[in-house]
Design a protein around this ligand. Sequence first.
Ligand code: AMP
Ligand code: MG
Length: 349
Amino acid sequence: MDTKVWIVDKSVDNLVGNPQIVDAAQILRDNEVVALPTETVYGLGGNAESDEAVAKIFAAKGRPGDNPLIIHIADRAQLDRFVLEVPPVAEALMNAFWPGPLTLIFKRKPGVLSEKATAGLDTVAVRMPDHPVAAALLRQCALPIAAPSANSSGKPSPTTAAHVLEDLNGKIAGIVDGGATGVGVESTVVDCTEEPPVILRPGGVTQEQLQAVIGQVNVDPALMKTEGEARPKAPGMKYRHYAPNAPLYLVSGTREFLQSLVDEQRQKGLRVGVLTTEEFVDQYAADVVLACGRRSELETIAAALYDTLRVFNQRKVEIIYSEIFPYSGVGHAIMNRLEKAAGGKIITE
Ligand code: AMP
Ligand code: MG
């Protein structure tokens, strides 16, 4: 299939009615799938009420059928069509963070959304993206849109249209290219069917920010455990994810220790990559040393993370060592994605 590319300038005032958006929305209404920019990463959207459209999302990504999708809406009123109840904490979180990188889990009304989209669960994950192109497309097509990240399952999530095409060209009907995304890591997923609510996936909105609005918020204990023993409540969190082609090792220790690991592999003749930040990019001797943002501003690391992992693929390294980052604020999301990308491989000095 030919993948159509619509280039849309996200700074234009009101994109509803824009010919590119009208065209893409019609294709969504025809139950085809279209990639779209959001403020987190690019999503692969399809009509959440259609089994046919949702099946196309899973097929294009090669995503396991037991991993439910997040439903994207443009309007708070859409929620009541497919959600049984909105608890007061969820109402408070929506008021504080929507539109934005926060996904909330609700009890689902049966018979409205495709069962495939929710992987047969009696709950549903919903968010309202804070991106002018996503918002316009959602309004234009007037449908709830199921949209996982627009990458092949297991690969780093896409933060540019070029990343989407790398993985899905020829497999999807189109892509709306609205430039690079902002936050760079996916939304925070919070289960509001529990009291107090539970973070199932760390993301763009931090635990501290959530607690400032509603008081206690717990973290799914499975997120703290190493691969294998974990039984996370978000089905997707059990899969290896976000991975570059070469094996990735996280290194907990000094820069000298990381360098010694690099030297060992280079002596064996391997092409070695190092993932660090701008502060220390000059301090390693390896085949490919990449800076991913600045350690002093964790948001810049989140924004650059997935692109940096993909650059290691282009530079054809055979093994990658990465520094680790502080578990504070968006650092939780960064480390969660790196741990998944590494398949839990951490070397401690
Ligand atoms: P992605 O679509 O790649 O952003 O991943 C969505 C994440 O939300 C995955 O980890 C899913 O398992 C999780 N998720 C979606 N719906 C639910 C649900 N109803 N209950 C728990 N987790 C969910
Ligand atoms: Mg994903």
